[in-house]
Write a protein that binds this ligand. Structure first.
Ligand code: NAP
Length: 322
């Protein structure tokens, strides 16, 4: 039975990846950092099937002990300070986790268990103010946020450990991916949750930032499948993982409110407080390499994704109101 270690297992992607790997017969271990209010909600149904170990990407010794004890066949580094606005208010913490944290984990693997296969969750935000549309593996990075800068460190370190130390280490340049398990602070969830609240008469408006930013949105369940496939190839390589289809935040509003029989223009208010100091403009993936070499492509469409999220939020709220 192969063993997989997932950092960030309590997050959106971690929960989908744990489900996928358990279904494939893996023994799954995940790290959970100590907090007073750890949220197990996303992996609640899996708690009996996985090993949860307390560790933190800030703590080198703990990571080394973990690698020593588990000697995982595959390591998926999904842990991150993943919320871009927080990277402006907490740039040092963001760098500590997203950049230096990757170095700690790679060092633990290099020193203790170099045979493990390593996946790094990189981000399309690294393309920032894009230098090419669509973006592919060879598109130069041009970051616009501290989050993107921190992710570039993790990306290049992964590439360097592969090239210099011979580790099987790969980086997935992930475009935005969402699900009903997305954190409520992210714009997609903010919109689907907000629309559901308005539908149920619990709110009368939804305040958002820039409605014209354009993103390539896919379903998280599809993206964790790509992560797994990336670690099954003979030769370690980096891949752009995205749908190849971009939509604006405005279109997301149209779809979410429209699905509930509402016109978003009556409820959505643009609020400068939610504008970012700087923003990536048109993030659009060219996923051709993943299609050719991994046989992977996003299956859930934009409309299906938004509908899935709105339905889940409606259900959740209706249950709370019962
Ligand atoms: P997420 O829901 O925010 O999950 C991130 C997880 O990392 C959380 O469970 C968090 O723990 C954990 N974490 C934070 N700091 C940590 C630390 N110091 N030590 C250990 N764990 C820590 O993110 P996601 O959406 O699943 O994304 C997974 C990965 O893909 C992230 O690296 C993200 O940056 C990257 N990515 C995501 C997207 C996307 O659209 N979702 C796109 C590109 C790249 P707590 O639960 O305790 O907070």
């Amino acid at each position: 039975m192969p063993t997989a270690l997932i950092t960030g297992i309590l997050g959106q992607d971690g929960s989908y990846l744990a489900e996928l790997l358990l279904g494939k017969g893996y023994r799954v271990a995940g790290i959970d950092r100590w907090t007073t209010t750890a949220a197990f909600e996303r992996i609640q149904p899996l708690l009996d099937e996985i090993d949860l170990i307390q560790a933190d990407l800030h703590d080198q010794e703990g990571l080394m002990e973990l690698i020593e004890n588990y000697r995982p066949d595959e390591v998926y580094n999904l842990a991150a300070q993943s919320f871009i606005p927080a990277s402006w208010s907490q740039p040092v913490l963001t760098a500590e986790v997203n950049a230096v944290g990757v170095a700690r984990l790679l060092e633990a693997l290099r020193l203790i268990h170099p045979k493990a296969r390593f996946f790094q969750a990189s981000s399309s935000e690294m393309f920032g103010q894009v230098l090419e549309i669509p973006q592919r593996e060879t598109t130069p990075f041009n970051p616009r946020t501290p989050y993107a800068v921190s992710k570039i460190f993790g990306h290049w370190l992964t590439v360097n450990y592969r090239q210099a130390h011979g580790l099987y280490a790969v980086s997935g340049i992930l475009f935005n991916h969402e699900s009903p398990r997305r954190g409520p602070e992210f714009v997609t969830r903010k919109i689907t949750y907000g629309a559901a609240r308005i539908k149920l008469g619990l709110a009368s408006e939804l305040r958002l930032g820039n409605l014209d930013s354009r993103r390539d949105w896919g379903f998280a369940g599809d993206y964790v499948e790509a992560m797994w496939r990336m670690l099954q190839t003979d030769t370690p390589e980096d891949f752009v993982i995205g749908s190849g289809d971009a939509h604006t935040v405005r279109e997301l509003c149209e779809q979410a409110f429209g699905g509930l029989g509402l016109d978003y223009r009556e409820f959505v208010v643009q609020d400068p407080r939610f504008y970012r100091p700087a923003e990536a403009d048109i993030l659009l993936a060219d996923p051709a390499k993943a299609r050719q070499k991994l046989g992977w492509q996003a299956r859930v469409t934009f409309n299906e994704l938004v509908q899935m999220m709105v339905d889940a939020d409606l259900q959740r709220l209706a249950k709370e109101m019962d």
